[in-house]
Design a protein around this ligand. Structure first.
Ligand SMILES: *[C@@H]1O[C@H](CO)[C@@H](O)[C@H](O)[C@H]1NC(C)=O
Ligand SMILES: *[C@@H]1O[C@H](CO)[C@@H](O)[C@H](O)[C@H]1NC(C)=O
Ligand SMILES: *[C@@H]1O[C@H](CO)[C@@H](O)[C@H](O)[C@H]1NC(C)=O
Ligand SMILES: *[C@@H]1O[C@H](CO)[C@@H](O)[C@H](O)[C@H]1NC(C)=O
Ligand SMILES: *[C@@H]1O[C@H](CO)[C@@H](O)[C@H](O)[C@H]1NC(C)=O
Length: 558
């Protein structure tokens, strides 16, 4: 909703007690992720985000977009919800208190737009805000209408216009002068519950898309309130590869919350928008599809290119997104600065695997099948639909700069599961030095402040009878939530060294939004172990003021 924002660390304690039990809203809607179009990522430039207006999402744009979506067959693929976005609203209610629209931009009006969309077999998405005013791009000066305190009336009005989907934003949620608050002092969930209750009272089937930007850990309460929840700050505009990295680090701890009727919303698609390269757009699309994010096109479809269309129309990836099992891919293995391996199950018993090339060069990339649980499997390339054949242990392919592998694995043979000897970070025999500290978060003992000279050295680590290279499993906590990009957004770096050997950089994603949620089993392969039980494993980060995650324990492969 607004592009340039400070890095904020969340203080969740003030609202934690309001978190209800998590259960899916389960009212039969959005059994698979919603699909459609919203103007924001392309036409938002029209509201002076950066320079003079280039485009604006006027009635004419909606008319032509709706026609293009049908003419291009995108509706047949599932992209049916055509949404309004901030800027459609009026600034005052009418004499009877009803919501109004900007009549200059929408001369025929929103009810007419709704009828037009329905006549084409499309659906009307409305945008409103759980605050005193809506978001805007003039730093809160536009004061477009919000729905806080008007939920019942506004839901009834929007429903009477034919609303099928509501995106519900979060500006001015605290009070009428506080435009954007990343650590609001009030619980936001009641704002969203009030609107969900109002929607239910209309008796119209309406998909409810919660958009509180991930500030109050919505995955833990929003499944009971809406059909999707934004997990992060905006993906753009402008589009960037850094936004992709920030958002996927943020979804790591909550992939398990996605399910039929309840979706992690990774934000609208930047497919078609510069300056992302074609390969970056493909990686973004494959990842969003397999993470079961809503797929909301947000580019100019009136002038769409064949390249953009070929990405958005990939029927195999759309089928992965719309798979009835509704399980998201999860992070399986990160090779820091090299590649990520994510995978998840599909309803037909197969496995979808997405490999992301972090390197900005085209190169040969190898998937270790063991990273997704198999020693062998038959592979299909989801981009081309080609059967690749049966592979044992590894599959290697050339991948473009920031490109991806999107694979479907069938007939897999399970790989043997590694077993580990565990070592608690806070154990007495370890060396905690240079400012690092043993601490207790609830009942979890950790070592924190590793970095800026602080180190944790595990001693007495068993290298087995042969030593050499071993898989090391790391349990850690990193609740450092980022709403804008930094070198390591929603991640923390540590350097790990075995027996004083060369330190390896390890990039740890977010483990959750509070410091008591542990990420279990982050795997890294480390070399330099000796036979016997005198090995050391040291965690550090030499950079001043930069810290690795809190460490709970490590496991070293037996
Ligand atoms: C949009 O389409 C509707 C239905 O055909 C029409 O009534 C309206 O005038 C159109 N608006 C614009 C600005 O072209
Ligand atoms: C609005 O909220 C902000 C912080 O959330 C607070 O600093 C400010 O005083 C509040 N203003 C009013 C008028 O209540
Ligand atoms: C489509 O592209 C042409 C040529 O680049 C441009 O003149 C026109 O304004 C574009 N139309 C829209 C609706 O963006
Ligand atoms: C690592 O270096 C430290 C300090 O230089 C030394 O005390 C320790 O014995 C070394 N450990 C190993 C396993 O070589
Ligand atoms: C400790 O755990 C309890 C129960 O899960 C939770 O309510 C509380 O917020 C936690 N405290 C901290 C500091 O994380």
């Amino acid at each position: 909703m607004f592009p340039t924002l400070p890095l904020v660390l969340l203080a969740l304690s003030q609202w934690q007690s309001f978190i209800p039990q998590t259960y899916a809203l389960n009212n039969g809607l959005a059994k698979t992720p919603p699909m459609g179009w919203n103007p924001y990522n392309f036409y938002a430039y029209g509201w002076n985000l950066f320079t003079a207006p280039l485009n604006d999402a006027t009635e004419a744009v909606y008319n032509n977009t709706a026609k293009a979506i049908v003419n291009l067959g995108l509706d047949k693929l599932g992209y049916t919800i055509i949404s309004l976005e901030a800027g459609w609203q009026g600034t005052t209610r009418d004499a009877s208190g009803k919501f109004t629209w900007n009549t200059a931009k929408y001369p025929s009006g929103i009810p007419a737009l709704g009828s037009f969309l329905h006549s084409l077999g499309l659906k009307l998405g409305v945008y409103s805000d759980a605050g005193f005013f809506s978001c805007d791009s003039s730093n809160g000066k536009d004061h477009w209408l919000g729905s806080l305190g008007h939920e019942a009336a506004d839901a009834a009005t929007f429903a009477s216009w034919g609303m099928d989907y509501l995106k519900y934003d979060n500006c001015y949620a605290v009070n009428s002068t506080d435009f954007v608050n990343w650590a609001p002092p009030i619980p936001l969930e009641p704002h969203y519950t009030a609107m969900q209750n109002a929607i239910e009272a209309t008796k119209r089937p309406i998909i409810f898309a919660i958009c509180e930007w991930g500030v109050q850990d919505p995955a833990r309460w929003a499944p009971a309130v809406g059909h999707s929840w934004r997990i992060s700050n905006d993906i753009g505009p402008p589009a960037s590869w850094a936004n992709f990295f920030r958002i996927i680090n943020q979804v790591v701890p909550i992939t398990g919350f996605a399910g039929p009727g309840a979706w992690n919303d990774l934000d609208m698609l930047e497919v078609g928008n510069s300056p992302l390269t074609t390969a970056e757009q493909q990686t973004h699309f494959a990842f969003w599809a397999a993470a079961k994010s809503p797929l909301i096109i947000s580019t100019n479809v009136i002038n769409i290119t064949s390249t953009t269309l070929s990405i958005l129309r990939n029927e195999r990836l759309i089928a992965v997104n719309q798979d009835p099992l509704g399980k998201s891919i999860a992070l399986k293995r990160r090779y820091s600065n090299d590649n990520d391996v994510w995978a998840g199950p599909l309803s037909d018993g197969s496995t979808v695997v997405i490999v992301v090339n972090w390197q900005n060069v085209q190169r040969s990339l190898t998937l270790n099948l063991a990273d997704v649980g198999f020693s062998s499997a038959t592979l299909m390339d989801l981009w081309s639909g080609s059967s690749l054949g049966k592979f044992t242990n590894t599959y290697t392919a050339t991948v473009p700069a920031h490109g991806n592998l999107a694979l479907k694995l069938t007939g897999g043979t399970a790989a043997p599961k590694p077993s580990f000897t565990t070592y608690a970070a806070a154990a007495k025999q370890n060396i905690v030095a240079g400012g690092a500290q043993v601490a207790t978060v609830n009942t979890t003992q950790v070592v924190g402040n590793i970095g800026s000279g602080g180190t944790l050295t595990f001693t007495g680590v068993d290298g087995g009878t042969a030593g050499g290279t071993k898989l090391v499993s790391i349990d850690f906590i990193n609740a450092d939530v980022a709403f804008r990009n930094s070198a390591c957004s929603n991640c923390r770096n540590a350097f790990v060294s075995v027996n004083n050997g060369t330190a390896v950089q390890v990039q740890f994603p977010l483990s959750g939004q509070s410091w008591n949620i542990v990420y279990k089993g982050y795997l890294v392969s480390l070399s330099g172990f000796k036979a016997g039980t005198t090995n050391t494993v040291q965690f550090s980060n030499p950079a001043t003021g930069v810290f690795g995650p809190n460490l709970v324990q490590i496991g070293v492969q037996k």
